[in-house]
Design a protein around this ligand. Sequence first.
Ligand SMILES: Cc1ncc(COP(=O)(O)O)c(C=O)c1O
Length: 422
Amino acid sequence: MTVAEQTKSNKFEDFLKTRQGDDLFEKAMLVDEVLHSETYTGNEGLGMVSMDKLQGEYPIKEKSGEVHSVIMLGSNSYLNLSTNEEVVKAAREALDKFGYGMGVVSNYAGITELHNSLENKIAKFYGTESSIVFPSGYGANVGVISALCNEGDVIINDSANHASIFDGCRLSGADIKVFPHADMNGLERVLKRLPEETTGRLIITDGVFSMDGDIAKLDIITQLAKEYKCRVMVDDAHGIGIVGKTGKGAAEHHNVMNKIDLHVGMLSKSPGGLGGYCAASREIVQFLKLYARTYFFSTALPASLAGGLNKVFDLFLADNAGRTELWDKINYLKNKLLSKGFDIGHSQSAIIPVMIYDEEKLFKMHSELRKKGLYVNIVTYPAVRRKECRLRLCAMKDLTYAQIDRAVNILEETGRKYGVIK
Ligand SMILES: Cc1ncc(COP(=O)(O)O)c(C=O)c1O
C-alpha cells in the first residue's frame, strides 16, 4: 500500500506493525499524516487539558488552544474522592512528612507505615489475611497474573476483560482461553474441554465490566470454578465502593466474597488516587511480593497517595464514601437516557454505555458534544469491537441534577441529528 493509500485509513490496527521493508519508525510517520489529514480518527477529543480540579462542570483546553467549560461525564472518580477534602488533607500531611516520591522499590525500603496500614485496611475490607499494593493498576493485573501462572497452566478469560488482564496472561506463558462476554454456558464449554494434564487453572473476570458497566455473574462463576477445580481472580476496578450492599463490589453483590481467591482492584477509579492491589491469603501475598515483577522491579507508590488512600479506606470500611448519593445520580441519569430512547445496554453500575454502532457517527457526535459543552468518553476498537462502538458515560456523585438534565438535553439534540435514538 502506498503512503497516500495508507493515510486514507483511519483504522488503529493498520499501523500496529512495521510493513515489510519499512524502517521501524515509518508507522509513526504514517499515523502523524493521518492525524494531520481531514480524516476523522476518533482521536480528535483526546489530549485535552483540564484547567481546574475535577468537578461536575469545569473548563478544559482543546488542542486548538480554545478554553471552554464542559459537564464531566467521563471520569472514573465516581465518588469524587480525588478531590475530597479529608482525603486531600491526609495526602498533604503524608506529602509534607515523606516528600513526593519514595525513590526506591517497595522491597528496598520504599514503603512507610502508611503503605502497611493501607494494605491492612484493604485486607480488612475484603476479609482476607493480607494484601499487596502495586504502584499502578495496570501493573497489578500484569504482576499478579504473570507471577502466579506459567507455561502448563491455563487461564480462562471473559472476552470483555480489561487489556491489562490479557497482557498479564500473555506475559505469563500460560494457555489462554476466552469465553464470550457473560456467557456462562460458554464458560462451561471451555471448562469441559480443558485437557486433564493442565496444572494450574485460573478463571479471571472483571467484577464490573469497564466498557459495559454490567456485573460479572460471580455466583455461577464460583460454582463452576469449584466443579472444575479452578482458582478465581476478580478485577473489581469499577465495582469497589459502589456495588454490593455495603460497597464491597461485585463479589458482595453476589454474596461470594469468600469464594474469590484473588480480589484485585484499582486505587485509581472510585478511590480517586493511583495504584492497584490484590487481597488474598497471607502466603499468596508473600509470594507476590517476591515474584510479581511489576512490584519487585517498580518504585513504590508515593506516600502522599498512601496517605490519601488510608482515608479513602476508612470511608469505604464505614460505607461512608457517598455511595447512596452516587446511586441517586446513576439512576437519575439512566432513567433520563432511557426515557429519551437511547440504547444503554445492560449497565448495573456508574458506567453507562450509549450505544452508537457506527464509528463515523460516533466520531462526529463525540466532537459535537464537546463543542456543545459535554464531555463523555469515546469507545471503539481496540477497547470494544468496532460494530459495538459507543459513548461511555460515567455518573459522578457531585454532578447536580441540573447538570445531568443539561447533559441529557445536549445528548438528545445530537442523538436525534445522527439518528441514534430509537
Ligand atoms: C477493569 C480495569 N482494570 C485495570 C485497569 C488499569 O488501572 P489503572 O488505570 O489504574 O492502571 C483499568 C483502567 O483502565 C480497568 O478499567
